[in-house]
Design a protein. Sequence first.
Length: 202
Amino acid sequence: MARLLQCFLLFCLFLTVSLPCFAAEEEMPEQGPGLYFGLLHSHSSISDGTLSAQDCFLQAAAMEGLDFFAITDHSDSLDNPASLSEVPDSELWAAGKAAAQAATNGDFLGIYGFEMSWGNGLGHIGTFGTPGFVSWRQGEFSDFRTGLQNFYAALSGVEGAIGQFHHPSLLYGYFQDFAFLSPEADRAMALLEVGSPDLPTD
């Protein structure tokens, strides 16, 4: 459990005000302000993790002291990407959402989002609270010069959607030095993962 929490305790402050946003999607009983512990970046066997989404959530829900757990599978591993604002025709996306909902109860919140994982060096962005998902391979997101701007615009157009910069690094990318953040995009891009146990420090 210490490994799960070591790089993510920073997000607890954010989640004291943001749990209602996630709860609206996953139908968790409303919780007031408080201190919550959990993990917002993991993968299931849908992308490059080991366990099924269902088993991930079952294990996380059984951990003492863990209030929330999110799976953010790489979106290019999911079937039939379409848009952030519409529920896609995707069996894998539906299975992940269903597993999160099944694990959610009065003491634990399961969250199924996705990671927009550009393969061209732009970076990786965890995405929560969207009805659908997109992939960096779609035309409007694939161009290195405009992919980030188009993603920020799409994300800011979905009410309640939240983005998280994942592991900024030489290995995965620095989001073009965090360029192109308009006031609208800045409100949606509310989180930053400041460390990862699997990455060397650059």
